[in-house]
Design a protein around this ligand. Structure first.
Ligand SMILES: Cc1ncc(COP(=O)(O)O)c(C=O)c1O
Length: 406
């Protein structure tokens, strides 16, 4: 019996629709989540009543827009238990947050011979920016390996891997396998060699309580759209002590304090990293999404995700020829799998005809899939508005589809 009542689905207009004559079963939450009415209304209200540009105006609407935008920053600081609001930098999403760190701190602080430590689980967003940085600076990349199909990090050789490391950047929850990494432990170990840490919280923000002090990280990145917020807004948490080590990111309005024809002086953080007109409505929507999620309860969401993932794993294990990935215990709310004799693309296409939305492919983790020896996996990813009945329906559809395909 779940801790979250299915009546919560009524808050999500998009869930109450039929696809191809069947009730929608939306199991693609790792890609993006659906939006509660309270979030949608907050954005509409902002545009209808308060719309103006921030920071520069003296008029009423500009003051309201500024209050709303900066209020969202306070809300995110509270959501992460950051020490100060200045530690919250608004970006377009996880991808931009990681690129920001790589191209500011990374370019200013890394040199040939330095090591960037990642894991084999990383999303391309937490791999390619570091590859680009390594090419620019001569730094090298190293990877903490995984144990096998269960996708747990093998820390056996970690002490050696940490030698010469300047930054350890890793995912909190793997979007491909569901692995929930021991963030606090890894950050503590990185600190022993003086390395900074960046946590990719794209799959954990909004799925469990986050406290940057308990985690002990220096940077943390996430995207609003994966936690019931709008697309195009994300967050980089950057510890205050590091702000002076970060040169500006992009140049433009808002990020300066004084501009001459030849040179400029820069604003203080976080504005130094937010050039141009920000995504004000996105920040407003993110604020509302966080209020909504706190109302549901992040601990309850964590339990619900886990319950659905365990139940789906148990039901999928009934199939012949299935290979299921991801750990038994420390895991988030998703299950990835392949069938020995059924192509994942056929599976997802036919599931869609029955109203079941799952994702297939490499999930932006091509090197991980290569390591596992599969070009693609099928992934069902859950959120708190999904139900055990939907898992049953998904399994029923899988059974039907497989019979047809064999
Ligand atoms: C673990 C992880 N990191 C990073 C990203 C990139 O997020 P975005 O595309 O919102 O920037 C994703 C998106 O799926 C993800 O799952």
């Amino acid at each position: 019996m779940s801790v979250i009542d299915a009546s919560i689905r009524e808050d999500f207009p998009a869930l109450a629709q039929e696809i191809n004559g069947h009730p929608l079963v939306y199991f693609d939450n790792a890609a993006t989540t659906h939006k509660p009415r309270a979030m949608l209304e907050s954005v509409q209200k902002y545009y209808e009543h308060d719309n103006a540009n921030v920071h520069r105006g003296i008029h009423e609407l500009s003051n309201r827009a500024t209050t709303a935008y900066e209020g969202a920053r306070d809300r995110v600081a509270q959501f992460l238990n950051a020490s100060t609001r200045e530690e919250i930098i608004f970006t377009r999403g996880t991808t931009e947050s990681i690129n920001l760190v790589a191209s500011t701190w990374g370019v200013a602080n890394l040199a040939a011979g330095d090591v960037i430590l990642l894991t084999e689980l990383e999303h391309h967003s937490n791999l390619v920016p570091w590859q680009l940085l390594a090419q620019r600076t001569g730094a090298q990349l190293r990877f903490i390996p995984i144990t096998g199909d269960e996708g747990v990090l093998d820390q056996g050789n970690l002490a050696a891997l940490l030698q010469g490391v300047k930054i350890l950047s890793f995912t909190h929850i793997s979007n491909a396998l569901g692995t929930l990494n021991p963030v606090a432990e890894l950050c503590k170990k990185a600190k022993t060699v003086g390395a900074l840490t960046l946590v990719d919280a794209a799959q954990s923000a909004g799925h469990l309580p986050l406290d940057v002090h308990t985690l002990g990280c220096d940077f943390l990145a996430f995207s609003g759209h994966k936690l019931c917020g709008p697309t195009g807004i994300g967050v980089l948490y950057a510890k205050k002590e590091l702000h002076s080590d970060l040169p500006p990111y992009q140049g433009g309005g808002e990020m300066i304090s004084k501009v001459e024809f030849q040179t400029s002086e820069f604003n203080i953080a976080p504005h130094k990293f937010e050039a141009g007109t920000p995504n004000i409505a996105g920040a407003v929507g993110l604020h509302a999404a966080m209020d909504y999620l706190d109302g549901v309860g992040l601990e309850a969401i964590r339990k619900h995700d886990f319950e659905l993932a365990c139940y789906a794993k148990e039901r999928l294990a009934e199939f012949d020829g299935i290979r299921i990935f991801g750990p038994e215990q420390e895991r988030g709310g998703l299950v990835s799998f392949v069938f020995s004799d059924v192509h994942a693309l056929d599976l997802a296409t036919m599931a869609d005809q029955q109203g079941v939305a799952i994702r297939i492919g490499h999930h932006c983790t091509q090197p991980l899939h290569k390591k596992l020896g599969v070009p693609a996996t099928a992934r069902a990813s859950f959120y708190f508005y999904n139900t055990l009945n939907e898992v049953d329906r998904f399994v029923e559809v899988m059974q039907k589809v497989i019979q047809q395909l064999k």
